[in-house]
Design a protein around this ligand. Structure first.
Ligand code: ADP
Length: 349
């Protein structure tokens, strides 16, 4: 039986290893040996002829040991060279030479683009949406999102405990790139009073007004959750011009950050002692939740089932708790939906 290959690409996400385990177990069921590709598409570039530099044979023993591990055993890396058609042609030949009859790609929309291009070259590919950002709209959730959301919720709960103790407001930044879901649902789950997302054009004055409203309501211990991508869509604000007269060490042209916002809010909110926390990479580094592990298993099983049936160029997703697949191009064309109603409600309370 010919080989199956699997790679993880883009930002790492909890559940990637669990997916590799599922792919391995299901491939073994059909008698198809599994080869792991190292460092995303980099392993397909043929930079060296040494198999072990670029690939690893994944036996069941190995994958059972990594299944619960956060991160990705196969490693992941961005690989700009793969956008070059000549490079991809060489990669396709490498896969043919290894007698690989199907490739499972775990990653985000960029990784899916790479997989679609490989399909055009006759390499059957299946995409599994591995990213904590939840920015692929064809699926209700992406793999790793639930784990990251739980990290954010735990962190904000911990921060709110100390905020309550000191009657002090706090700004918390969570990941998600251009997608505000992690911020929105963290705020909903924790009772955070203000949530700032890239999907709406916020201004610093609007954020300050929200905080002042909370102070007027007698709530000095509010939490402001901001999505890391919100700065790009935010109305321009001259950080230097505002902070310099207050004696803050600041450089001309400095961009807005969570730390700077916190300093600015102090002056716009009657001296309130705002603190800030950037949740950062801990969002990507925990063992997958049961929900993500289950998604990983079902996605891996479906991927192998499809490849075994000769079906490819499909993206796997989750809808109403059920695993499904659809053509990758159609999946990527689905317009993103953001829950504006909830965003409005949370900020209105
Ligand atoms: P994500 O998969 O999380 O969206 P990226 O956008 O960085 O992350 O994409 C991951 C990798 O997918 C890129 O480093 C590149 O190797 C590959 N890729 C992205 N876009 C394309 C494209 N248009 N054509 C071919 N490969 C692509």
């Amino acid at each position: 039986m010919s080989n199956i290959a699997v790679l993880t690409s883009g930002g790492d996400a909890p559940g990637m290893n669990a997916t590799v385990m599922s792919v391995a177990r299901n491939a073994a069921y059909y008698g198809m040996p599994l080869i792991g590709v190292k460092r995303g598409y980099n392993g397909l570039l043929g930079r060296t002829n040494n198999f072990d530099d670029n690939f690893v044979r994944l036996d069941l023993d190995t994958v059972l040991n990594i299944a619960d591990m956060p991160g990705t055993y196969l490693r992941t890396a961005r690989c700009d060279e793969f956008k070059d058609p000549q490079v991809r042609e060489k990669s396709a030949q490498i896969l043919r030479d290894l007698d690989i009859s199907g490739l499972v790609v775990v990653g985000g929309d960029g990784s899916f683009q790479g997989a679609m291009r490989l399909c055009e070259l006759g390499i059957p590919c299946i995409g599994i949406p591995g990213t904590i950002d939840n920015d692929l709209s064809y699926t209700e959730v992406t793999l790793g999102y639930d784990t990251a959301l739980n990290v954010c919720v735990d962190t904000v709960r911990a921060i709110r405990a100390t905020s309550r103790s000191h009657d002090r407001p706090h700004v918390v930044e969570v990941m998600g790139r251009h997608c505000g879901d992690l911020a929105l649902y963290t705020a909903e789950a924790t009772g955070a009073e203000v949530v700032v997302v890239p999907e709406k054009r916020w201004s610093v004055d609007e954020i300050a007004a929200q905080c002042n409203r909370q102070l007027d309501l007698g709530n000095p211990r509010m939490t402001v959750v901001v999505a890391e991508g919100c700065w790009e869509s935010m109305a321009p604000f001259d950080v230097y011009k505002f902070l310099k007269p207050h004696g803050v060490q600041v450089f001309p042209g400095e961009p807005m950050t969570t730390e700077r916002l916190t300093q600015i809010l102090k002056y716009k909110c009657n001296g309130a002692e705002f603190r800030h926390t950037v949740v950062g990479y801990t969002q990507r580094g925990l063992a997958p939740t049961a929900r993500d592990s289950i998604f990983a298993f079902e996605a891996g099983a479906l991927a192998i089932n499809l490849l075994h049936k000769g079906i490819s160029n499909q993206a796997i997703g989750m809808k109403n708790g059920k695993i499904f697949h659809m053509p990758m191009a159609d999946a990527l064309a689905v317009k993103r939906h953001f829950n504006r109603k909830l965003h409005h409600l949370l900020n209105a309370l």
